[in-house]
Design a protein around this ligand. Sequence first.
Ligand code: UDP
Length: 240
Amino acid sequence: SKRPYRWQRVLLKVSGEALAGDHTENIDPKITMAIAREVASVTKLGVEVAIVVGGGNIFRGASWAGCSGLDRSSADYIGMLATVMNAIFLQATMESIGIPTRVQTAFRMSEVAEPYIRRRAVRHLEKGRVVIFAAGTGNPFFTTDTAAALRCAEINAEVVLKATNVDGVYDADPRQNPNARLLETVSYNEVTTRDLSVMDMTAITLCQENNIPVVVFNLQKPGNIAKAIVGEKVGTFIGC
Ligand code: UDP
């Protein structure tokens, strides 16, 4: 494979599940601190880091839609609000160790965070600040993986780094099949045709159409976030 890369600007996607870690609460503060420390170590090297946070640790629209009259769009707005909670938590952790961090939301919550303004986000990154994009794309029926692909393309980041609780992409479900193999490199087409459940179709297609590689890696392994951000070999590389 062509790795390792040397990224200049990355889009780190942290799912809600990853933020929860093994904690019984929604967020494991040890995880947010690990993310903050590792991000700090790479911003010192000059790598620009933008983050999209998920919300699945708190609320997933699709699983609540239909309950007691809750329509899908309303459920999804609750899901988007959940991502804002995670973003504020992560911002607080980052700033507690001295990383200047801005949260930008896809819909206005001006008392809480900046609205998403592309050029302003880029300016923050150029100044060495971390930008956390919250509230997904701002649209129901989408996911934060799609938000990650979209923001990555918008701010000209070079890669989507998808932090998860698994080591990468397998050729079968490792929880069900003990012979499942971790794949080092996968093409976009393989992800979609083999139904490798990396990201939803909208997200992976957006990456493919814009030639955005995706690295899927385990954030629970110490050092992995920093490795992924600087472009060292970690997890599974999706591209070509
Ligand atoms: N969501 C949405 N539009 C978006 C992004 C997210 O409606 O652009 C909602 C959706 O309900 C989703 C929830 O927010 O279930 C949490 O996001 P997601 O499931 O992507 O989080 P993750 O799986 O990364 O924790």
